[in-house]
Write a protein that binds this ligand. Structure first.
Ligand SMILES: *Cc1c(COP(=O)(O)O)cnc(C)c1O
Length: 228
């Protein structure tokens, strides 16, 4: 079933990308709360990029799965957890504070790595959501030279949880404009390459505005009901 879902999703993404004449985004398979067997099924269907939102769950899974999986941390990251993922994480999508940059820098240095991150921006009017404001994001871009082992590769956001597609589309468009304006700030540590937007319910709107990474859980794995 996972294999079929993945194929259907890939086909839909291709169709949508053709419709809007954009490059198809990469799929990050969001495997949170999914069992190892389901993840392996996606892996054997060719999927290599997986996203998890909790460090604890991620580090339980990593040793049980193939070594060529690229692990993306997509959820709220506490500073005291950075040390558990610093040696292997492929991309941290959810960086929204200097406090986090400070800790990622420290751990990246310890592991002799350059850690790629995205800045998460809160584009909805929901204050409980993670992510910083556009102004705070500009501050983080300004200050990145203080963190030489970190590379900013783009932006991430979660749209408002609503059925109103035009609200979602507007939030994504606003983010895309900001993303484009940030290209002026590019340097050795800042490359605005990735725009991580779009989940199972809103990837069409995300692709329409130029998403480069869609983070898809339910549409690949079905409902999340297995607790680890
Ligand atoms: C769970 C999650 C997703 C995937 O959500 P689906 O609706 O299942 O596709 C994407 N991004 C983040 C940050 C998530 O926590």
């Amino acid at each position: 079933m996972v294999k079929q879902n993945l194929q259907n999703l890939q086909n839909k993404i291709l169709q949508i990308s053709q419709k809007y004449q954009v490059k198809p985004p990469q799929i990050i398979a969001v495997s949170k709360n999914q069992p190892i067997e389901a993840i392996l099924e996606a892996y054997h269907a060719g999927q290599r990029d997986f996203g998890e939102n909790r460090v604890q769950e991620l580090i339980q899974k990593v040793p049980l799965l193939p070594h060529d999986i690229r692990w993306h941390l997509i959820g709220n990251l506490q500073t005291n957890k950075v040390k558990y993922i610093a040696s292997f994480v492929h991309l941290i999508h959810s960086v929204d504070s200097e406090k986090l940059l400070t800790e990622i820098q420290k751990q990246a240095l310890k592991h002799h790595r350059l850690i790629p991150i995205l800045i998460q921006i809160n584009i909805s009017d929901e204050p409980q959501k993670n992510g910083c404001s556009f102004n705070e994001a500009l501050q983080l871009l300004e200050n990145i030279t203080k963190y030489p082992n970190i590379k900013i590769q783009g932006l991430m956001a979660i749209a408002e949880n609503t059925d109103n597609k035009s609200v979602i589309l507007n939030q994504f468009k606003h983010l895309k404009e900001f993303f484009e304006s940030c290209k002026k700030k590019e340097n050795e540590q800042i490359q605005m390459q990735e725009l991580s937007i779009g989940m199972s319910g809103d990837y069409e709107e995300a692709i329409q505005v130029g998403s480069t990474m869609v983070r898809i859980g339910t549409a690949i794995f079905g409902e999340r009901n297995i607790k680890l």
